[in-house]
Design a protein around this ligand. Structure first.
Ligand code: MN
Ligand code: MN
Length: 288
């Protein structure tokens, strides 16, 4: 067993509905390294909280959660992804909801792919400060700066991004030309997250994969990031998206925390959002 498991992840694999796994890889991170340390930092931070979620009125002690530990990674992203894919396929084919603790954003790809195979018509909702719409970055096709482009072009164009405020002119052109559904952090600030949600609600029906790049959140709340970007959205905005999509979510990841750059608060917030997702999802399953 991994040396530290996520709080309340006491179930064995067979019985579990939710399988948490860490992917300690940050090899393509373009500014500050360190997200490889985030899975264990979030695990440690998860013991801060009560098992009972007052917001969702649900107790995580009543949920079958398994922590599969950290998946094995290699030195490069190209050597890392095939190994991750095997586990992604296994978790999804065994009927689990994978909950991935990153690591960097490029790691979403094999999990989205596995969820799509099992759930045709899968939608992809991503919270991010960055477009991640490059075809490649620094000669690296599988860079964390390219994940959204690869999801849209290879996997599903039922795609929504929220919190965006950074990209190249070419990325903004691509999004405009392809009519990609994108809500900027300014949209969230000016019309409110509830209105944003209502604007994509009909478009995102059915199974959905939710990917949270922590830098969607303002660095005032989440300073320990690989690529911090001011003028972000708030933790409550993120929780509103989690809460609204929870009944549909078949795969979830939270990526890009670089724990060294604060005194622990960002990992605490990351762990809380993971717990909020599981509580919201488990409650929705129970009332189905
Ligand atoms: Mn990203
Ligand atoms: Mn980002």
């Amino acid at each position: 067993m991994h040396k530290i498991i996520f709080a309340d992840a006491n179930s064995d694999y067979e019985k579990a509905h939710y399988v948490i796994c860490g992917v300690p890889f940050d090899g393509t991170s373009s500014y500050r390294l360190g997200s490889r340390l985030a899975p264990d930092e979030m695990r440690a931070a998860s013991y801060n909280f009560e098992t009972y979620s007052s917001f969702f009125d649900y107790d995580l002690a009543d949920v079958d959660i398994h922590d599969a530990g950290n998946l094995e990674v290699a030195d490069t992203i190209d050597d890392t992804l095939p190994g991750i894919s095997k586990y992604a396929d296994k978790f999804v084919n065994d009927g689990k909801i994978p909950v991935i603790l990153g690591g960097e954003h490029s790691l979403s790809y094999p999990f989205v792919k596995a969820c799509l195979k099992k759930n045709p018509g899968l939608g992809f909702v991503v919270l991010d400060a960055h477009m991640d719409m490059r075809e490649e970055f620094r000669d690296e096709k599988n860079s964390h700066a390219c994940i959204s482009r690869h999801v849209i072009e290879d996997l599903t164009n039922k795609y929504v991004s929220i919190g965006i405020r950074s990209g190249t002119r070419e990325e903004y052109d691509y999004v405009r030309e392809n009519k990609v559904k994108m809500f900027t952090s300014e949209d969230v600030h000016s019309i409110g997250i509830e209105k944003v949600i209502s604007e994509f609600r009909d478009y995102i029906k059915g199974p959905v994969y939710l990917s949270i790049d922590m830098d969607a959140i303002d660095p005032a709340y989440a300073p320990a990031l690989g690529t911090p970007e001011p003028y972000g959205i708030t933790p409550r905005d993120v929780r509103a998206v989690i809460s609204c999509l929870a009944p549909q979510i078949v795969g979830f990841d939270l990526v890009e925390i670089a724990p060294a750059y604060d005194s622990g608060g960002t990992a605490v917030l990351g762990a809380k959002l993971v717990r909020d997702f599981i509580a919201g999802s488990a409650k929705a399953r129970q009332t189905l």
